[in-house]
Design a protein around this ligand. Sequence first.
Ligand SMILES: [Mg+2]
Length: 254
Amino acid sequence: MKRYIIGIDLHGTMLDKNESMEEKHVRALIRALGKLKENALLYICTGNDLTFVNEKIPDTLRDVFDGYVLETGCVLSDKSNEKQITTPTVQEHCRELKELIESKGFEQIKHQGRRLSTISLFCDAPKEFADIISKFVNTTEFSSEFQVTYSSVAVDIIPNGFHKLTGLELKADNKKTIGIADSMNDFPLLRYADFGFMPANAAPEVIAKLEADGRPTYQMDMYEQPRQGSVGIVQGIETKGVIQILQILDDWMD
Ligand SMILES: [Mg+2]
C-alpha cells in the first residue's frame, strides 16, 4: 500500500541551471523513482506549466510520475490535461494584474512563462526583482489577492491560499507528504510537508526562514534516517542531490 506522496520541484532541484539533466542522471532518477513507486505516489511539483514539463523532462522519466502539480499549486495535471483549481474570478484578476505589470514595462523581465492561474516573470536576479514587483503589486487593486514569491529563475505571483503543498495535498488522500525542493517559492512545501528535503544548492534564505519559523534543517548523510517535521539537506547539488534523497527514502521505506 502506498503510504507516501512525494512532490519534486524542477528548477534548481531535478533540473540544473541550464534546465537540463545529464543522461546518466535521467537513468538514475528513473531507477530510484521506480523503486519508490511501491510505497509512494510520485508528483512533479513546479511553478511551471504542462508545456514546460513536456519540453524539459524526457518522456521515459515522465512515465514514472503519477501526475504534476503545476503553477505553484494552482493547476493539477494527469500528465495529459491541465485543470485549474482557482476560481474564474481569480483567473480574471490574474490576467488584469498581468496587463498592469506589462504596461509598466519592467526591463528586468526577460520573458514570461505561459500561465493559466499565476504570473511568472523570468529574470536574472529574482530575489531583488521580487521586492520591486511586490511593491508594485501593493499599489494595485489586487494587492490583497496575490502573494509575490520567487524561485532560482523567476518571480512568481500566486493567488493567496495556493502553494505547492496545497496542490500536493489534493492528491494525498491522507498519505504522508514529502517535499523535495530548493527555493523560496517552495517554502510552504518544505515548511509544512511531513518530510522535507533539499539539495546542497538550497537557497540560504529559505534555510534561514525555515529555521526562524521553527522548522529545523540538518545536513544529512546517506546513512541517516529521514526525520519527520524537519528538512534534510544532502551533499549533492540539483539532480544529483535528488537522486541521493530518493536513495535515502528507498532505504528507509524498505
Ligand atoms: Mg526550484
